[in-house]
Ligand binder design. Sequence first.
Ligand SMILES: *[C@@H]1O[C@H](CO)[C@@H](O)[C@H](O)[C@H]1NC(C)=O
Ligand SMILES: *[C@@H]1O[C@H](CO)[C@@H](O)[C@H](O)[C@H]1NC(C)=O
Length: 350
Amino acid sequence: MPLINGKAVTAVLLIALLLVILYCYVSQSYRVVLSFQEKSKATEDDTSDPEAFVTRHELHLVSPDHLRYKQPSIVQGRTDVVAVTPWLAPVVWEGTFDSGLLDSIYRPKNITVAATVFAVGKYIMFLKDFLETAEKYFFVGFRVHVYVFTDRPNEVPQVKMAAGRQLTVMPVPSSNRWQEISARRMELIQTLIEKKLRNHTDYIFCLDVDSKFHGRWGTESLGGLVAVIHPGYYRNERSKFPYERRPASRAYVAPGEGDFYYCGGAFGGLLQEVHLLAKTCRQNFEADAKVGIEAAWQEESHLNRYMWINKPSKVLSPEYLWQDFKSKNPEIQIIRFSGVVKNYADIRPN
Ligand SMILES: *[C@@H]1O[C@H](CO)[C@@H](O)[C@H](O)[C@H]1NC(C)=O
Ligand SMILES: *[C@@H]1O[C@H](CO)[C@@H](O)[C@H](O)[C@H]1NC(C)=O
């Protein structure tokens, strides 16, 4: 008798367990269906919103059928660098991607990539090299629209651009302090996105003009929010990063915090992501200014604070902004973009 009882109890328990599993399964799939419907509804609503941006490009990566390329390995690859962040964003290094494959995925999407540069005051002298090298290396074969902010529109050089590529000059007032020029960049980027780029542009990169391209910078760099690791600090402890260290500043990063030190000289991503970044950094900058604070490295400090909280979805290695005066470290197999050597006394107004 006790044996039969034991069996009966087991059977009842098993049936109960099965029912619970069945219930979970049914309610789970139902929820998935529901949330999917809610999502598509939200997407439809977005398109009627004049504030909406085009988002389709990031979502679906379609490779052409029968495309042949080197077999990817899951056990072999670069071992001298880290190619993923702790929040699982890729870190782009030479040897971690297939440029032909990526171009094949992005070409049918017919994307437009905007680039902003600020050529204020004597910085205009760097523009020609920047533009000429961008023609050779920056998103070659894709639609690129360069926006040049300058107080010297007459000195913008004529550079022959390939089909599908164009340049627009955006006049800005002169400034007596380079810190102020730097500070206003976020505001100008925000306004440019709102007034001109919306509806026409998918991705934007904001780049320093006093730099040149030396190697491919293309579709491998596309992502939601894209940050570039600063070449000057990438081997350092975070305590050495030149973050803003005064708690009163909106750019404050506390000791023991911060992932990497990112460049102010190159960042980008999808239009709506960069819009939010520019708007937030500008607000924080202005709030700081009201209480008389200028962050240690102006917009770069605010950008670093922003990226600490809003993790970039793609991180570009220092290949994407090196400095000409720095000798190449062994892990740098290619320099794609690099700051030219300059004498600040010659070019900065103060
Ligand atoms: C690509 O986009 C541009 C601008 O948005 C448009 O003028 C052009 O017709 C598009 N080309 C194709 C093939 O869809
Ligand atoms: C973008 O499209 C919306 C809706 O069609 C329109 O209201 C808005 O003015 C457009 N913005 C730009 C910058 O073209």
